[in-house]
Design a protein around this ligand. Structure first.
Ligand code: UD1
Ligand code: MG
Length: 455
């Protein structure tokens, strides 16, 4: 028996007040729908079908590369109608699991429990006890405690509205039964919709067992309808990310002031100060120290690296025992070997810097291959762009570059060369030579500063 997942994502999400479809709003830097798809995959289903709405090509485009089947529901006639749209591709022997694209924090464990019940022939629904059940469908039970139906908020009488056991919307059912029930739905209700929830009463009538599963955590069933709920869930999500890092051996100065927008992994004994944002895929070695206010995206950082306050690092590789910042910017395609020092107000782009080289102050290094043990003086600039094309600066091993040097690329500096401070280097420098380009200093003896004319 195999599992067919259906994710409902056709709703308009009017309350988001957004041109972006609701399921594309981000949680932890990734679309809501992507979280649901990722969780669904953990159950190793045979298929995942996403029911998307009219005008939702944007949804498909944003998730291009996800191997799911897209099912168009051009008019949103209700959750029952949406599920029915996906049924033709599902065979009768399968178990069907229905998920919502706007409920992103559901766990694979909870879903696993639902599926398990449905595999034994039951209709399994995910429920919760809420102090404030407003807006949700309420679970109706008979005197023996058996589930006999779900009533929507808008259709409920005052006694039903007092019920605190709610329908999360997630359910699992044997495909053959589900197909039969969906075929019998009608839209004679307050919203004129085909309610998926009506299948619970049908199951009860058909003497099919209806089982409820309770989510381990309330946040698993929280759906997003507006940006206030989105922000609240983001905090819950981030708390989870922070706890994950702490449990794996990272010290966080304040778990409430770290944001992970993607996936971060860390070796033991890393320390992360406040207001750090990680984006994309970031990996930290062991004993990495990240100072306050750093933004680090798609970067691999080796053991014992120190990143001081206020650094921005994107698409880079930082070798072990390197020191970055404060106030450094490492731009894409930069690879630093071991023990490289990059100091304050230094920008490095698309460059390879070999071990133990130092660029400590106020420099721009772009399109550069730099050898080992190079010392770059303050204010050094690689002039890599001629207005039309970018050019390479190649600097050998053990080069010493005096302060305020400009390299007019393309240019190559041999191993062991020395560049005098204040030079503009336009031609290649051979190994071990000294290059200087500054004009000789003049002394005008007896020169007097002008003085103000008397008024
Ligand atoms: C639904 C449930 C309700 C439950 C609640 C939990 C029904 C009838 N009611 O109500 O019992 O407590 O969810 O949040 O199912 N969708 C489509 N196509 C449609 C209609 C909806 O894809 O034609 C999708 C929406 O994008 C959304 C999900 O289905 O992801 C739920 O739809 P929504 O309109 O929010 O249902 P509720 O009224 O909240
Ligand atoms: Mg809803």
């Amino acid at each position: 028996m195999s599992l067919s997942v259906i994710i409902l994502a056709a709703g308009q999400g009017t309350r988001m007040r957004s041109a972006l479809p609701k399921v594309l709003h981000a949680l932890g830097g990734e679309p809501l729908l992507k979280h649901v798809i990722r969780t669904a995959r953990q159950l190793q289903p045979a298929t995942i079908q996403v029911v998307y709405g009219h005008g939702g090509e944007q949804v498909r485009d944003a998730l291009v590369g996800e191997t799911v089947e897209w099912v168009l529901q051009d008019r949103q006639l209700g959750t029952g109608h949406a599920v029915a749209r996906a049924m033709p591709l599902i065979s009768d022997e399968n178990t069907v699991l229905v998920l919502y694209g706007d409920v992103p924090m559901i766990s694979a464990e909870t879903l696993g429990a639902l599926v398990e019940k449905a595999t034994t022939g039951s209709l399994a629904v995910l429920t919760a006890e809420l102090n404030n059940p407003h807006g949700y469908g309420r679970m109706l039970r008979d005197g023996a405690g058996r589930l006999v139906g779900i009533v929507e908020q808008k259709d409920a009488n005052p006694a039903q509205l007092a019920i605190r056991e709610i329908n999360s919307g997630f359910l699992a059912a044997p495909a053959a039964q589900l197909r039969n029930w969906l075929g019998r739905l009608n839209n004679g209700n307050a919203q004129g919709e085909y309610y998926l929830t009506d299948i619970v009463a049908m199951a009860a009538t058909d003497a099919v067992a209806v089982d409820s599963v309770c989510a381990a955590h309330e946040y698993e069933i929280l759906g997003i309808n507006d940006r206030v709920q989105l922000a609240a869930l983001e905090r819950i999500y981030q708390r989870g990310q922070a706890e994950c890092l702490m449990r794996s051996g990272t010290t966080l100065a304040d778990p409430a002031r770290l944001d992970v927008r993607g996936a971060v992994s860390a070796g033991i004994d890393c320390c992360i100060d406040v207001n750090v944002v990680f984006e994309g895929t970031v990996s930290l070695g062991e004993r990495v120290i990240i100072g306050p206010n750093c933004y680090i995206k798609n970067t691999r950082i080796g053991d014992d690296v120190q990143v001081f306050a206020n650094c921005v690092i994107e698409d880079g590789v930082i070798g072990s025992r390197s020191r970055i910042g404060p106030f450094a910017r490492i731009r894409p395609d930069t690879v630093l070997a071991e023990q490289v020092h990059v100091g304050n107000f230094v920008e490095i782009k698309k460059s390879r810097i070999a071990a133990e080289s130092k660029i400590n102050h106020l420099s721009y290094i772009g399109d550069t291959h730099m050898g080992a043990r190079v010392n770059i003086g303050a204010g050094t600039i690689t002039c890599n762009y001629d207005g039309a094309n970018k050019h390479l600066t190649e600097i050998g091993n053990d080069v010493f570059v005096g302060s305020d040097t400009q390299f007019i690329a393309p240019v190559t500096i041999g191993d062991g060369a020395t560049i005098g401070a204040g030079s503009t280097i336009t031609r290649d420098v051979p190994a071990d030579e000294l290059a200087l380009s500054r004009s000789p200093q003049k002394i005008r003896s007896g020169w007097k500063r002008p003085v103000k004319k008397p008024r």
